[in-house]
Design a protein around this ligand. Structure first.
Ligand code: FBP
Length: 304
């Protein structure tokens, strides 16, 4: 396989990683219709745990079948497919080698009482990822949560183990349960902080939500004076600064179902701001299959 200069440049940013980890990152970056561009589109399917099966799959009942998601990621020619252990295992032999996979090895669920501090159960291991031929493991951290110290220490252990086996790591960095209102979880300064914390933990790929123009921390307001907060692309640009000035891959999540134009305009802003791409779950599998493939193809064109 010819590895493009864009991908070689990105790989060169990961100065401490072993060849195995770089090869796995390379597999993700080179696969699919935008492979080689330095951008990525990833299909995440952990919403059955995060939100529940009916909330996730009843809008398109074919999506109750794990094979549906593998096939969707393959037919839409995406860079990678992410899921928790049981879902990945359910198609592991049929789809072995057909698309890079990422094992989401910690997961929250909506049945845990809201009164409990927000946390994720570790539901898979780095060894499971190796056994299944995954290119990476994925884990969520909750910056701002009362349990963040334990969460960060757990993440440190998983990331160290993954690196020791040459497996890449993807960190979902979602501020939750913090000392500020839920709408501030996507405030620019908070997403910036969450991005930076994931980079500091050693993540290879960082996944955050698109930031709003809100600045949550009073102490930060002055620091953002003069920045064009209205423009999504300039907010993305700032997030990229906090990811070691663009030296870490950052992908932005799709969120709840929205119309095609919103997804496309988000992708344009991500491209203009220097982000690396999109991780689009519900906006893929809650659409009818052909509509999803068409939309993902349009997103790919923007990133090509
Ligand atoms: P979506 O595109 O469906 O938002 O998926 C991206 C994701 O990170 C999933 O991996 C995760 O289940 C979900 O977002 C969690 O975000 P939220 O709690 O806002 O749905």
């Amino acid at each position: 396989m010819h590895v493009t200069d864009q991908v070689k440049r990105i790989l060169s940013y990961y100065e401490s990683d072993c060849p195995g980890t770089k090869a796995n990152l390379c597999r993700i970056l080179m696969h699919g219709q935008i492979g080689g561009t330095g951008r990525v589109i990833i299909l995440p399917v952990d919403q059955g745990s995060e939100h529940g099966p009916a909330h996730s799959f009843s809008p398109n009942p074919d999506a109750y079948d794990p094979s549906y998601h593998y096939q969707l990621a393959i037919d839409a020619s995406l860079n990678a497919f992410v899921a928790p252990l049981g879902l990945l295992e359910a198609g592991a032999s049929t789809f072995a080698g057909a698309i890079p996979t990422i094992l989401k090895l910690n997961n929250a669920n909506a049945l845990i009482p809201k009164s409990e501090p927000k946390d994720q159960a570790v539901t898979g291991s780095v060894k499971d990822a190796l056994r299944l031929g995954c290119s990476a493991v994925g884990l969520t951290i909750y910056p701002g949560a009362p349990k963040f110290v334990e969460i960060a220490e757990e993440a440190r252990e998983i990331i160290a183990e993954a690196k020791s086996y040459g497996i890449a790591t993807v960190v979902w960095s979602y501020p939750r349960d913090a000392d500020f209102p839920p709408e501030s979880e996507t405030a620019l300064d908070i997403v910036a902080y969450a991005t930076h914390l994931a980079a500091l933990l050693g993540a290879h790929i960082i996944k955050v939500k698109l930031p709003t123009e809100k600045i949550e921390q009073k102490s930060a307001s002055k620091l953002y004076e003069g920045m064009d907060l209205q423009s999504l692309s300039s907010r993305v640009k700032h997030i990229m600064q906090t990811a070691f000035n663009g030296r870490r891959i950052v992908v932005f999540s799709g969120g709840g179902k929205k119309d095609d134009e919103s997804i496309l305009s988000d992708a344009r802003a991500i491209r203009e701001g220097g982000g690396h791409g999109s991780i689009v779950g519900r906006n893929s599998f809650q659409r009818e299959r052909n509509d999803a493939i068409k939309l993902l193809g349009q997103v790919a064109k923007i990133y090509s």
